[in-house]
Write a protein that binds this ligand. Structure first.
Ligand code: NAD
Length: 430
């Protein structure tokens, strides 16, 4: 939640709305061909378990009441409690939340942590709301969905335009309802309230760790590699800073209003600080130029990191993508049609359910620390994160090579396979 102006919201990216839930179900069909499993169980994977739609009023600063619509969807809990972020965005709808919940299930299974998948969202534009309005919206939404939440049931986390402060309000509201503090009901909390060291950096770090593994496999170096990043929030911003530290050249960064490009490499910290100040990217030197979100995706670069919203790489622009590696920080940035084109063109894709799984991995660490009342040091968190991301990358790559299938299909085969197996072992009751 890093911008305050609403100008340009959503206008730069989506020409037509591709239904993400249809896309997610199509991915299950693609992976199912490589899974030797009961067709009935594979069909089950395409359904969400539980969905709640809530309409609720919020008192605005001018004294008026405004109605909002929110969602919480649990996709699957065979492997553990449901887990997934909460998004505040004007485009949030039920199918988007369903797709994001399904991807959370596969993601938790790919990195082999004992969580199922969930997601939530409120259709709103936080950029045109004051902080007290966002707080009232958050507390009321938490109350509305509280019957689904709980540290053993369904654990929330940040997503687009929600942040540690929002998580603190969720935790506080849920705790008031229970009568005692329940830090384990959300992850991505401020450190002072039981948040884990390293959680804020986790998703971006995971994107970089898996990209490094891809580079190693392709026998390329990160040193001097040209990186273009769409989105500069939690995932995009942290990835950019870490790539820069490792000696890569971050040549472009963007936000909802467009981006900034310098083929010699941006001074990432300075550019992000300026963005914070002006609420958009402002060119400062003669080497820097403006770039649209569409242009950014097609820049001549080695690594492309989509780190904003869904449906950015489609059959329309996939033929023009020049990157050699795409590391998906965002959830669902590539359509199945685009996937085929990228695959034919030999572009190496580190798929979302692997590349951005660092977030849920450290969320799991945060939950474990909360339940056991432990505090781990940052080094311990990062070591554990690195090991899990490297192991998961290798597992996906091995399947991809053995079955001669793209990395996304391999990740889906691994994730869905684990969920199907867990479902089979538990059995269908009654
Ligand atoms: P954020 O709110 O911190 O940042 C979102 C970024 O997207 C901002 O830079 C914003 O300007 C940009 N953006 C919004 N609308 C845009 C548009 N129309 N065109 C271009 N850019 C636009 O959110 P985040 O947490 O960084 O999430 C980004 C993506 O990563 C989402 O797909 C999210 O689901 C995924 N993700 C996040 C996490 C996490 O831990 N935060 C974990 C896994 C996946």
């Amino acid at each position: 939640m890093e911008e305050n102006s609403r100008e340009g919201e959503g206008s730069t990216m989506k020409e037509e709305k591709i239904n993400p839930f249809e896309m997610a179900k199509k991915q299950v069909d693609i992976a199912s061909k490589y899974l030797n499993a009961d067709p009935g169980l594979l069909e089950k994977m395409k359904y969400t378990k539980r969905e709640l739609i809530v309409h609720f009023p919020v008192k605005m600063d001018n004294g008026s009441l405004r109605m909002f619509t929110g969602y919480r969807v649990q996709h699957d809990v065979a492997r553990g409690p449901a887990k997934g972020g909460i998004r505040y965005h004007p485009d949030v709808d039920l199918d988007e939340v369903r797709a994001l919940a399904m991807w959370m299930t596969w993601k938790s299974a790919v990195v082999n942590i004992p969580f199922g998948g969930a997601k939530g969202g409120v259709q709103c534009n936080p950029k045109e709301m004051s902080l007290p309005e966002i707080e009232r919206l958050t507390r009321r939404f938490t109350w509305e969905i509280s019957s689904m939440l709980g540290p053993d049931r369904d654990i929330a986390a940040p997503d687009v335009y929600t942040n540690p402060q929002v998580m603190a309000w969720i935790m506080d509201t849920y705790s008031i309802l229970k009568g005692y503090s329940v830090p384990g009901v959300v992850t991505g909390k401020p450190i002072e309230l039981g948040g884990s060291l390293g959680r804020f950096q986790a998703t971006g770090r995971g994107v970089v760790i898996t990209t490094l593994e891809a580079l190693k496999y392709l026998k390329k170096s990160v040193e001097g590699a040209k990186v273009a990043i769409q989105g500069s929030g939690n995932v995009g911003g942290i990835s950019a800073e870490h790539f820069r530290r490792l000696g890569a050249k971050v040549i472009a960064l963007s936000c909802s209003r467009g981006g900034i490009y310098n083929e010699r490499g941006l001074d990432v910290t300075r550019v992000l600080d300026r963005k914070e100040q002006y609420k958009c990217f402002v060119c400062e030197t003669k080497d820097e130029t403006e770039v649209t979100n569409e242009e950014l995706l097609e820049l001549d670069c080695d690594i492309l990191v989509p780190a904003a919203l869904e449906n950015q790489i489609t059959e329309k622009n996939a033929p023009r993508i020049k990157a050699k590696i795409i590391a998906e920080g965002a959830n669902g940035p590539t359509t199945p049609e685009a996937d085929e084109i990228l695959n034919d063109r030999g572009i190496f894709v580190v798929p979302d359910i692997l590349a951005n799984a660092g977030g849920v991995t450290v969320s799991y660490f945060e939950w474990v620390q909360n339940l056991q009342e432990l505090i781990w040091g940052e080094e311990e968190v990062m070591d554990r994160l690195t090991r899990i991301m490297q192991r998961s990358f290798k597992e996906v790559l091995d399947i991809s090579l053995a079955k001669k299938i793209p990395m996304r299909t391999a990740a889906l085969v691994l994730g869905i396979g684990r969920v199907v197996e867990a479902t089979k072992l538990r059995g269908i009751y009654p």
